[in-house]
Design a protein around this ligand. Sequence first.
Ligand code: PNS
Length: 161
Amino acid sequence: MVKFRRAVAPGSFDPITLGHLDVIERASAIFDEVVVAVLVNSTKAGLFSIEERMDLIRHSVSHLGNVSVDSWTGLLADYCKEHEVSAIIKGLRAVSDFDYELQMSQMNHQLKGIETFFMATKPDYSFLSSSLVKEIAKYGGDVSSWVPPHVHSALQSQFAK
Ligand code: PNS
């Protein structure tokens, strides 16, 4: 019996990368429904607005019929409870991700009984992060191997301003 029908893939997605997309695609093959939720990470300054991030994600997941996009300001655990989501999907790139992700997963379970499932990212993307992509793009480096083409264009326009 499938118990975890609706899962959420939360993140800052500032912007979405091919590493995120890989995890979302693999999650969409396992769960009936995946909601990609843009949440505010209070420790990170944003480049794109929440609406811009959502548009970039929508365009990236348009080939996945069971994936939708949403945003939320507040606790992820509250989002899950309000939207009847029982599973959180997080990609793990390296051991360095693990400490904080484990802490958050245990807190989300403690808060509202939400389960977190970790998915190992593809080794091709284990070094990849939105922060590094932004830094490279800011100084004119080529990030086209790590983001979808429309995200690449959005980064170029953003830094041309
Ligand atoms: O892509 P990120 O920045 O690694 O995503 C982290 C994010 C946004 C998923 C995390 O910071 C989060 O869940 N923020 C929402 C607020 C919240 O619930 N904080 C308590 C976590 S236990």
